[in-house]
Design a protein around this ligand. Structure first.
Ligand code: PLP
Length: 376
């Protein structure tokens, strides 16, 4: 926890569960990304934390923005980003939303099939498009499945189709899976990307850009390599597959930019057991899957949890949220070590919660308020 977050909580004593985000950490992360990948432009993935203060800080630092909807495009513009600094990176868009983005000046769009290219050609003529390719998210703690992207062979025809329709066949994108602990995960994807570059070049179409996506991790309970290590591995892979004709690159960090900047304050509501003989303690917090901790789904993301009794002897506990939905259990398959002395009413601090928390809690399920957020 940063001193600024500690002081904020001490002085303000906010009631109920809340997220506190330290802008100083985000500023430092942005500078670290810029240093680790000096030749890449940063397009912050707005969905990770779209708080106006976060976007304003990043816009001021020179960041570009990866947006998934017209609403996110407007958030980035309100934060001070001009349209040339915005990418409409969702491969699934209504044609009227493509038109709305085009009317706002956006000229960079993601596609992964000819049907989407057709929409862009009609609603955003002359724009640049990049084609997302499938990439196996091996090792990622929050894999992104097959929902986005196409086979690299198909990307060739998607981009040729775009070229024929008067669009600029601009490049290739991929995402190696979110919270990717392996810096070498980019290598295989870059190999596929370079093959598409070569094939299209033989057909007279010169791609110019590789979008390296997100995937840069935040530190949760396990240590992760530094951004610098990712930068080096990516540069090595670019050299290996593109030789001395390295294309323009962009990165789209979300979690790696804001995850470690946030901390959630929560409270122990109840500690109980299921029978006289069952040793397992159930610890119920005033925040759960519907209050902002959605990424504990399948126990994928394991947040560090601090208690006022750290240092005391621990035992494994099940941790659950406060709602009347039985899916609202955070950690059970792999129980969580918490102090035996932990008591009802104790305040707990959940670290690394700056990304993918507040916006996931946008509905007041069961009467629990959406997660409050303070950006300091
Ligand atoms: C969500 C998303 C990102 C951000 O991913 P992280 O793993 O949080 O860095 C980047 N690019 C696209 C297209 C996304 O959908």
């Amino acid at each position: 926890m940063t001193d600024r977050i500690r002081d904020f909580l001490r002085l303000r004593r906010p009631e109920g569960p809340c997220l506190v985000v330290d802008l100083d950490v985000i500023r430092e992360n942005f500078l670290n990304f810029s240093k680790a990948l000096p030749d890449s432009r940063v397009f912050y993935a707005v969905k990770a934390n779209p708080d106006p203060a976060v976007l304003k800080l990043l816009a001021g630092l020179g960041s570009n923005f990866d947006c998934a909807s017209v609403a996110e495009i407007d958030m980035a513009r309100n934060a001070g980003a001009t349209a040339d600094r915005i990418s409409y990176g969702n491969t699934i868009k209504k044609e009227r939303d493509v038109a709305a983005a085009y009317n706002r000046g956006v000229r960079l769009f993601a596609v992964d099939c000819p049907e989407e290219v057709d929409k862009i050609a009609r609603a955003a003529p002359g724009s640049r498009v990049f084609c997302r390719i499938l990439c196996d998210c091996d090792g990622a703690e929050w894999p992104l499945s097959r929902k986005f992207g196409c086979d690299p062979d198909m990307a060739v025809s998607v981009l040729e189709h775009a070229h024929r329709l008067g669009l600029v066949a601009y490049g290739i994108s991929f995402h190696v899976g979110s919270q990717q602990p392996n810096p070498d995960a980019w290598d295989i994807a870059l190999k596929s990307a370079s093959a598409v570059f070569r094939t299209l070049s033989e057909r007279g179409i010169q791609l110019r850009m590789v979008n390296l996506g997100g995937g840069f991790p935040a530190k949760y309970v396990r240590d992760v390599p530094a951004v610098k290590t990712y930068g080096q591995a990516i540069f090595t892979a670019l050299r290996r597959h593109f030789g001395n004709r390295i294309p323009e690159t962009i990165i789209e960090p979300g979690r790696g930019m804001v995850g470690e900047a946030g901390m959630i304050k929560a409270e122990v509501v109840l500690i109980s057991k299921k029978s006289a003989t069952d040793p397992m303690r159930w610890v119920y917090l005033d925040i759960g899957k519907f209050g902002g901790l959605a990424e504990t789904m399948d126990e994928a993301i394991r947040y560090p949890i601090r208690t006022p009794r750290d240092g005391d002897a621990t035992e494994p506990c099940v941790i659950a949220g406060p709602t009347c939905d039985s899916a609202d259990v955070l950690y059970e398959k792999t129980p969580y070590e918490l102090p035996v002395s932990l008591a009802i009413g104790d305040e707990v601090l959940i670290e690394g919660t700056g990304a993918y928390t507040q916006t996931y809690s946008a509905v007041a399920f069961n009467g629990f308020d959406p997660l409050k957020s303070y950006v300091i």
